[in-house]
Design a protein around this ligand. Structure first.
Ligand code: SAM
Length: 280
């Protein structure tokens, strides 16, 4: 028998270690190991990869990532009550699970990981979006990770994968689409979580491209896109005016009509505009 199969059911783990869910930490646990196995499969082949798992909690997804053959997992969990429960999993898989008790927003995992690195997480939504933005925004590309398999509120997942013209298209879609390939791979109903949140969720799988689709400086593009979508109903000539007084000329050069609204402009033209800004 696989040693992971000898671990107690997650409900017993929660009872034994007193892991009553804390709202302040966004704790909505997945207790169905069939579901966590499906999420782990969405992360792809793990046998040759280090996996960075953020927010393992009682360890349902952690077990499934190990069962899926992950070479090694670095699990970063802020709630110290979960650490003994995760240590039980580490004992069942010697040398394959390192657990760090830290806030993922303050902790840099890169020194603890060997490439290729795949990230997998079921995180509270606010932390997930902050980390995603950070992982998609480094000045240099490719990033330290090869893929991200992450649970989000369904509405956020739609924003990540949306294309121009879609009401969900915005800053996250451009960040994700410029240098990676993002796909919504699984819907997860609210009832799958304990306790049950108010909204449905979805898993997004993002693969880093070897190089950006279009040339642009990440900081310049980030600045333009943030200003453009700050007021998504405004025309670009007015929302970008504070960045450059001659904005209409620059927009024309990038093949964008000054009266266009940001949601109609594709990534290629936002990148062209960023290039024009950097040449001025
Ligand atoms: N992965 C587990 C599962 O699927 O059942 C737990 C998911 S629960 C939605 C989110 C987890 O992230 C909790 O265990 C919580 O303590 C942890 N967490 C919340 N904020 C965190 C942070 N800033 N850094 C690391 N972990 C965090």
């Amino acid at each position: 028998m696989n040693t992971l199969d000898t671990l107690p059911p997650l409900r017993d783990v929660i009872a034994t270690h007193g892991l009553a869910a804390r709202k302040s930490l966004g704790q909505n646990f997945l207790l169905d190991l069939n579901l966590t196995a499906k999420i782990a499969r969405a992360a792809g082949v793990l046998a040759d990869a280090d996996v960075l798992e953020i927010g393992p909690g009682p360890g349902g997804l952690t077990r499934s990532l190990l069962a899926q053959g992950a070479r090694r997992i670095l699990a970063v969990e802020t709630d110290r009550r979960c650490i003994p429960a995760l240590a039980d999993i580490a004992r069942a898989c010697p040398g394959r699970l390192e657990v760090i008790n830290a806030d993922a927003l303050q902790f840099d995992p890169r020194d603890h990981l060997s490439p290729p690195v795949k990230v997998a997480a079921n995180l509270p939504y606010n932390v997930g979006t902050q980390l995603l933005t950070r992982w998609l925004s480094p000045p240099e590309w490719p990033p330290f990770w090869q893929s991200l398999t992450l649970m989000f509120q369904r509405e956020v997942a739609e924003r990540i994968v949306a294309g121009p013209g879609n009401k969900s298209y915005g800053r996250l879609s451009i960040l994700a689409g410029w240098r990676s390939q993002a796909q919504l791979v699984m819907d997860v109903p609210a009832r799958a979580f304990t306790p049950q949140p108010k909204v449905n969720s979805a898993v997004v799988h993002i693969e880093a491209l070897p190089a950006p689709r279009f040339p642009a400086d990440a900081r310049t593009l980030g600045k333009i896109v943030a200003s453009a979508f700050q007021h998504r109903r405004k025309m670009l000539r007015s929302s970008l005016k504070s960045l450059a007084p001659d904005i209409e000329d620059r927009l024309h050069k990038a093949n964008i009509r000054p009266t266009d609204r940001p949601e109609t402009v594709d990534i290629e033209r936002f990148c062209a505009l960023a290039e024009i800004f950097d040449k001025c």
